[in-house]
Design a protein around this ligand. Structure first.
Ligand code: PLP
Length: 430
């Protein structure tokens, strides 16, 4: 039986000095209850907590650990890099090399700018789109997450209003009025917003595969329709590939789905576990960024040599061994089929959404295609399932609104163990 004594002590101690005891809200286990697990180390797909318990990891640090924790080539490269100084605040050869590599992996990304998080990447991409189009408004989709900068923390306005409303205290109504929201997979809703705001919309930003309301797949007619609307109306299409970039394919969702965006944002995988984000796109758009153009954006630690070393080492390996993506996809299908089998025998209502190496179980009886349908799975089943799995050494995302991210370090034995744990967990929930 797992004991969480040390985790409990550390959580109590942390709550004294850190809001909620954590540096990012989902880690607090608020939506599943119980004590967050504090970790000490990890290797491959196994994480070890401060009480000595081992878990098979399905979060992978929310994506970056696509080849497993403490991946030898990344650790070895970082060890060499730190001896050369942890930061210069001046250009290095590696920044050019990683930009060139990204551009070769995502061919419509002519130029790229490194930042320190996905939040920064999305915030900057919107600024660039506004500067380029000389328009103020943009459209986002309910249930998509683009980081925590003000203009994204907006919910749909009430009644007939097409204006958004702040979703968090501290976000002003002035900011909210320029963010328009539509439902995921609803092309008509997007058309209406464009008609109601002629020549005012700078960008449409979207997760091309959504991962922040659980894994939700795009309808291809919807995505193609958005691409066409953007082209027809001089709107820039921004793919937020912070989750999907370098995960679904070397060229991310753009390659996987065969649709080109005008601007792309990256994070997570791109840093190999270090804090990195990036945004990029066609040359004529990116050349409005300072110091070439007038749109200001900067970062003291951007392109940090340790972070670039980790990211470059990981991206190189993904680029050089594209069979990694086939292996990952096979493992995900194997897991999905195993879970399908035990879930269908359990009597619980469920849906599984999955693509590439992303997968989510929803305890619901409706197809999950947008935020409202995803929210039907935000029920008491999920916290029970989460804790039953945790007790059996399976570490799932602690929210029904998160996707699992598989790592290629997962073995078929570990996948079998997970499927068995799922069977036992469902039995225990009856
Ligand atoms: C995680 C995420 C972000 C935010 O990235 P941070 O590095 O946490 O700031 C933005 N967009 C998407 C799609 C994400 O999944």
């Amino acid at each position: 039986m797992y004991q969480y004594k040390r985790s409990s002590e550390l959580f109590d101690a942390s709550k004294k000095y850190i809001p909620g005891g954590v540096n990012s809200p989902v880690r607090a286990f608020n939506s599943v209850g119980g004590t967050p697990v504090f970790f000490e180390k990890a290797s491959g797909s196994v994480m070890t907590d401060v009480d000595g318990n081992d878990y098979i990891d399905y979060i992978g640090s929310w994506g970056p650990m696509i080849l497993g924790h403490a991946h030898r080539p990344i650790i070895d490269a970082i060890k060499i890099a730190v001896d050369h100084s942890t930061s210069f605040g001046a250009p290095t050869e590696l920044e050019y090399k990683i930009a060139e590599l990204i551009s070769s992996m995502a061919p419509n990304v002519d130029m790229v700018r490194m930042v320190n998080s996905g939040t920064e990447a999305c915030m900057s991409a919107i600024r660039v789109a506004r500067g380029y189009t000389k328009r103020d408004k943009f459209i986002k989709f309910v249930g998509c997450y683009h980081g925590h900068s003000d203009s994204f923390l907006i919910k749909a306005g009430s009644g007939a209003s097409t204006f958004g409303e702040p979703n968090s205290p501290g976000v002003t109504a002035g900011t909210a009025k320029d963010t328009l929201t539509a439902e995921y997979n609803d092309l008509d809703g997007v058309k209406r917003l464009i008609e109601d705001n002629p020549n005012e919309i700078a960008a449409i930003i979207i997760e091309p595969v959504a991962g922040n309301m659980g894994c939700v797949l795009p309808n291809m007619d919807f995505l193609k329709g958005i691409r066409q609307l953007c082209t027809d109306h001089g709107i820039l299409l921004i793919f937020d590939e912070v989750m999907t970039g370098f995960r679904l394919a070397p060229g991310g969702a753009q390659e996987f789905l065969g649709i080109d965006a005008d601007l792309v944002t990256y994070g997570k995988v791109i840093g190999g576990g270090m804090p990195v984000g990036a945004y990029g796109g066609r040359r004529e758009i990116m050349e409005i960024v300072s110091p070439v153009g007038p749109v200001y954006q900067a970062g003291t630690l951007s392109g940090n040599p340790i972070a670039m070393t980790a990211g470059y080492t990981l991206l190189r390996e993904l680029n050089d061994n594209p069979n990694i993506y086939q292996e990952l996809s096979k493992k995900t299908v194997y897991l999905k089929e195993g879970l399908e089998k035990v879930l269908s025998e359990s009597g619980f209502s469920y849906r599984i959404n999955s693509i590439g190496s992303m997968i989510s179980i929803f305890f619901t009886d409706v197809d999950v295609v947008d935020f409202n349908s995803a929210a039907t799975a935000n029920n008491d089943k999920f916290p029970q399932f989460f804790h039953e799995m945790l007790k059996r050494g399976i570490y799932l995302p602690p929210s029904s609104f998160e996707s699992y991210f598989l790592s290629n370090s997962l073995t078929y034995e570990q996948l079998d163990k997970t499927i068995n744990a799922c069977r036992e967990s469902l039995d225990a929930m009856k």
